[in-house]
Design a protein around this ligand. Sequence first.
Ligand SMILES: [Cu+2]
Length: 361
Amino acid sequence: MASRDSSSRRPRRAAIAGLVVGSVAAAGIALGVAIPRGGDSDAAAPVQVVAAAPATHTAAAHTTAAEATVPDAPKNTQTADAPAYEDQRVHRVSMDMLEKNFEIAPGKVVKLWTFGPRVPGPVIRVRVGDTVEATIVNKGSIEHSIDFHAARIAPNRAFRNVKPGERFTFSFKVTTPGVFMYHCGTAPVVHHIANGMYGMIIVEPKEGLPPVDRELAFVQSDFYVSDTPGTPADNTKLMNVEPDVVAFNGYAGQYKDTPIRVKKGERIRAFVLAAGPNTWSAFHVVGTIFDRAWIDGIHPENLAIGNQTLNLSASQGAVAEFRLDEEGVYPFVTHDFTNATKGAVGLFATEHAEVPEGGGH
Ligand SMILES: [Cu+2]
């Protein structure tokens, strides 16, 4: 899967200034200050950096300033184009598990644990009857594993923990068409998923899916950003289910900042996965209706006609087919709007539509 890295590689410092109130300015008081997004007026990501007040500042009601150094890191952006099916019976998938800093929203740099070069991991595409030969190479510092929801296999054999420095290969035959999740299943699973260890596997029916004009893949997930930039997920926020960022394909509002160009009236097929670890996806495209959709299994008995929204609990995947009948700019969101406000929002723009500054929605 192609990656698009439009990141600035400049070191960045987020200045944080706040008012320490009363005499309670002991170490550990959190100051929250929104950092405005350049040239963007609204919703995609409420960017908040929180810093502990310096212990030395104990005087009443005065302004204090602190600076949190945000490490240099690439933007965790990637294309939404789904990969094409490669016609082969055995699909060898090898993924390096890395620990790497990425920016997941403007000013928010976190240590992600990956399957491959980015979070989410690569979209894998196979057909019923094919074999997936999966290899994981643990280049991290703790144990990891991989759990394929598309497999019927003994987890204690196939989804076993792999130590740092080791690699592990197992195979499974694909039996059931649908959109499935894969993820690290090492305890605590919630932490491994919160740090980025998940991806989508598309299983087509044996004969393949009928052709359409455009295929896209969206993995929605939630992030719990630590007060210390460049570190893994904040466990308290995670246990309280208080994500800072909810994103499609790993970066808050990336397709709002750079809308996805499509053609008026063309047949679009979106593969959607709610990877969590916790949030669901109420995937909805403003200004259209899904002509056809399948939740999880791609089977005639799962066919839904005329859905306005998908209803995907954590781990569920879907196919939604639609078209955009007029030239224009069409937002797509999770219609759980708190999470859209945290970054799970994007735009489709037809080829002749003008996109206003800042995305226009
Ligand atoms: Cu893991």
